[in-house]
Design a protein around this ligand. Structure first.
Ligand code: PLP
Length: 386
């Protein structure tokens, strides 16, 4: 096996060459104007990608660290929030809040279903003390897009804020922080933003900053006001030592997104996602979960035929083709495969992904015949570009 594996997992993703080149640089000190100009460009690009005029805060951590930061910066022990838990990552946000002494009302806990807005509304009406709703925009564990616009409206009607995990959606799926009146958004580098793992971003609304003023949970490394202060000057910096190479990588990957055009990037993700999903269905596979109205544009999940395990498929994909994909999570670990088609993923990658999946399923099950997936892709891609 060559020492090059191809990542078609729901993050981390393949990093484009020019992003790798941006990191491959002699050392730059983080207290120099040379560094500040790279950071400044990155933050301006990220404002456009979040569709916000608010300050974008870089957090030196993976997505989970930034999610934690939003809890410790806005709340006090005993505060109550509602958490949409229709997947592993919605559950993760809820769990972090509990770790810091918040009372969490879990709603919509069925991984096979969409958010039930009536259930959420009833909960908010019965519990006017709830200060926030946490929700995952794109539930990476189930490949479902949650209806964050409706959830944001509902939160505001009840005087709560909405906190959105956009870790696997930002840069790949439509998201508009200001227009949709989102209060908290968290994103991470290693998904549709096309960079290596290790850097995250947080954006807060004015209401969220008001809550910061009242929060009593301890904060130090993740104190968002200290990050805000450092980036809100003509030559921005970050507190402490800075992962300069990651900042340089993100400056380049965000530039690439804006060069292609953010809406073009969203459309490309929708196009390739639709083509992949249709091809899997043409192969007789059922998408997971079955009962949802909006499927993710960055991730596809599907059920395997009962006699095939996700471990066998993952193993063969890697051994034969050097392609990394992932299995399901939690109760769906064995039965479900999850594929990522985000960031640096184009029509040619659909061909690679579908033909290799089809080949592996044929190798594992003699009854499978090759061709249906590729045939469907040809139809889907006829009109497409790139
Ligand atoms: N939220 C979502 C939606 C994710 O997909 C992930 C990781 O896959 C996380 C949060 C956790 O982020 P990280 O692994 O960067 O800490």
């Amino acid at each position: 096996m060559e020492d090059y594996s191809y990542l078609l997992s729901p993050g981390p993703v393949n990093v484009p060459d020019s992003v790798l080149k941006a990191m491959h640089h002699r050392s730059i000190h983080h207290r120099t104007s040379e560094f500040s100009s790279i950071l400044k460009q990155l933050l301006q690009n990220m404002e456009k990608i979040f569709r916000t005029e608010k300050r974008v805060l870089p957090v030196h951590a993976t997505g989970r660290g930034a999610l934690e930061a939003t809890i410790t910066n806005l709340f006090s022990p005993g505060d109550e929030i509602a958490s949409i838990c229709n997947g592993r990552f919605g559950e993760m946000y809820a769990g972090i809040a509990e770790t810091f002494g918040l009372k969490v009302h879990r709603v919509c806990t069925d991984w096979e279903k969409d958010v039930e807005l009536e259930t959420l509304w009833d909960l908010l009406k019965r519990n006017p003390q709830i200060k926030a709703i946490s929700v995952c925009h794109n539930e990476t564990s189930t490949a479902v897009e949650n209806d964050i616009k409706s959830i944001a409206r509902m939160a505001h009607e009840r005087g709560a804020i909405v906190m959105v995990d956009t870790v696997s959606s930002l840069g790949g799926m439509e998201f508009r922080f200001d227009e949709w009146e989102i209060d908290v958004a968290v994103a991470a580098s290693q998904k549709a933003l096309m960079a290596p793992t290790g850097l995250s971003f947080v954006v807060l609304s004015e209401k969220a900053w008001d809550m910061y003023g009242k929060s009593t949970l301890p904060k130090s490394y993740f104190d968002l006001a200290s990050i805000f202060k450092k980036v809100s000057v003509p030559d921005p910096e970050t507190p402490g030592s800075t992962p300069v190479a990651l900042i340089a990588a993100l400056a380049e990957s965000s530039r690439m997104i804006l060069e292609e055009g953010l809406e073009n990037v969203w459309n490309r993700h929708h196009r390739v996602s639709t083509a992949v999903k249709k091809a899997l269905e043409a192969m007789g596979l059922d998408l997971f979960p079955v009962n949802v109205t909006k499927r993710s544009d960055t991730v596809t999940a599907f059920f395997l035929p009962t006699e095939i395990t996700s471990d066998a498929v993952k193993h063969l994909m890697y051994e034969k083709f050097g392609i990394v994909i992932t299995g399901g999570l939690g109760p769906y670990k064995k039965q479900v495969i999850r594929l990522g088609h985000m960031g640096n993923f184009f029509e040619r990658d659909c061909l690679l992904l579908i033909s290799s999946i089809e080949a592996v399923l044929c190798m594992l099950d003699e009854r499978q015949k090759p061709g249906a997936g590729l045939g469907s892709l040809v139809e889907s891609l006829k009109g497409g570009s790139s």
